[in-house]
Design a protein around this ligand. Structure first.
Ligand SMILES: *Cc1c(COP(=O)(O)O)cnc(C)c1O
Length: 275
C-alpha cells in the first residue's frame, strides 16, 4: 500500500551499535536544545516534553531512542502503528516500561514501571480508528467534531478514555490538515462534552516559511486559543493544557511561545530515507 513499507521492515528489532549510538547522540543533542530553549524563555526545566516522531523508523531504532531517554513517541500512519506495535510492546515490557493504551492491561503487574505515552500525530481516516485505539493512548490529529464523535463512540464501546488534541491549521497552508483557527474554540468546547475522550490540548504544525516572525505568530495564536478555551471553563475543557508545537526546524521558537510538547524526528534519527 505505502511503497516505503515494502523496502524497510519496520518490525525489525535489532540495529547495530553504531546506529544505536548515532540515535542516542541525537536524543542527547535534542534534550540539550530543549533545556537551553526552556531556560532562555525563562521557563521551568522539564516543562517541555520531547516526543520522538518515529515515522519510517523501525522498532530497533525507536527502542534506541527510548534507551537514550525519550519518554513519548508519536506515529503518523495507522499502518505503521500496526506494523510496530507487537515489537515495541515486547521490547518495552522487557525493560519494565508500559507503552500507550496497553498500559491499562499491564499496569497491575507492572505498577513500578515507567509509562511511555504513544500518540498518533498524523491524519486519521475514520475507518482506521479501530486499528489504532488498542495501541495509542492519545490522538493529536483530531481536526473536526465529526472525527471526534467517531472516536468517542469507539472509545465508549471499548470502555476506555482516549486523550485528544485538537489540531489547528494556524498557518492556513492548504497542504496542512487541522481545523480553521476561527473555529478552534467552538470545536474544542464540543469535544470537551464527548464521552470517552479527554481533551488534553491543541496541536499545530509550524508555517513552512523562513520568516521567524510568521512562525512565532502562529505558535502564539495557538497559545492564546488554548488560554481562551481554559478561561471559558466550559465542561470538559479543564485539561486542555498541552500545546504540541515545534519540530526539528522550529522547536526553539515554539518553546519561546509556550510549547509543552515538541515533536522531533530528523534531529533524533537523521534525514528520512522515505517520503
Ligand atoms: C514528521 C513529523 C514531525 C517531526 O518532523 P521533523 O522535522 O523530522 O522533526 C512532527 N510532527 C508531525 C506531525 C510530523 O509528521
Amino acid at each position: 500500500m505505502t511503497a516505503y513499507m515494502d523496502h524497510k521492515n519496520l518490525a525489525n528489532e535489532v540495529i547495530d551499535t553504531a546506529r544505536a549510538q548515532e540515535i542516542a547522540d541525537g536524543v542527547h543533542r535534542v534534550l540539550e536544545r530543549v533545556s537551553t530553549a526552556e531556560s532562555k524563555a525563562g521557563r521551568e526545566a522539564g516543562s517541555v516534553k520531547l516526543l520522538a516522531a518515529t515515522k519510517t523508523r523501525d522498532v530497533g531504532e525507536i527502542m534506541a531512542a527510548i534507551d537514550a531517554g525519550v519518554r513519548m513517541i508519536g506515529e503518523n500512519r495507522p499502518q505503521e502503528v500496526t506494523a510496530k506495535a507487537e515489537g515495541l510492546l515486547g521490547q518495552c515490557a522487557q525493560r519494565g516500561l508500559t507503552l500507550g493504551a496497553a498500559a491499562d492491561d499491564t499496569a497491575a503487574g507492572n505498577a513500578e514501571g515507567e509509562h511511555i505515552p504513544f500518540h498518533l500525530i498524523g491524519q486519521l481516516q475514520s475507518n482506521k480508528i479501530g486499528k489504532v485505539l488498542p495501541v495509542v493512548d492519545t490522538i493529536e490529529s483530531v481536526d473536526s467534531v465529526e472525527l471526534a464523535e467517531k472516536i468517542s463512540r469507539r472509545a465508549v464501546a471499548r470502555d476506555i478514555t482516549v486523550g485528544v488534541l485538537l489540531e489547528v491549521n494556524e498557518s492556513g497552508e492548504a497542504s496542512k490538515s487541522g481545523c480553521d483557527p476561527a473555529h478552534a474554540i467552538r470545536i474544542a468546547q464540543k469535544i470537551g462534552t464527548l464521552d470517552g475522550l479527554e481533551l488534553q490540548g491543541l496541536m499545530t504544525i509550524g508555517a513552512h516559511v523562513d520568516d521567524e516572525a510568521t512562525i512565532r505568530k502562529c505558535f502564539a495564536h495557538l497559545r492564546r486559543t488554548r488560554d481562551l478555551i481554559l478561561e471559558s471553563k466550559t465542561p470538559g475543557t479543564g485539561h486542555c493544557l498541552e500545546l504540541s508545537m515545534g519540530m526539528t526546524g522550529d522547536m526553539e521558537l515554539a518553546i519561546a511561545e509556550g510549547s509543552t510538547i515538541v515533536r522531533v524526528g530528523t534531529a533524533i534519527f537523521g534525514e528520512r530515507a522515505f517520503i
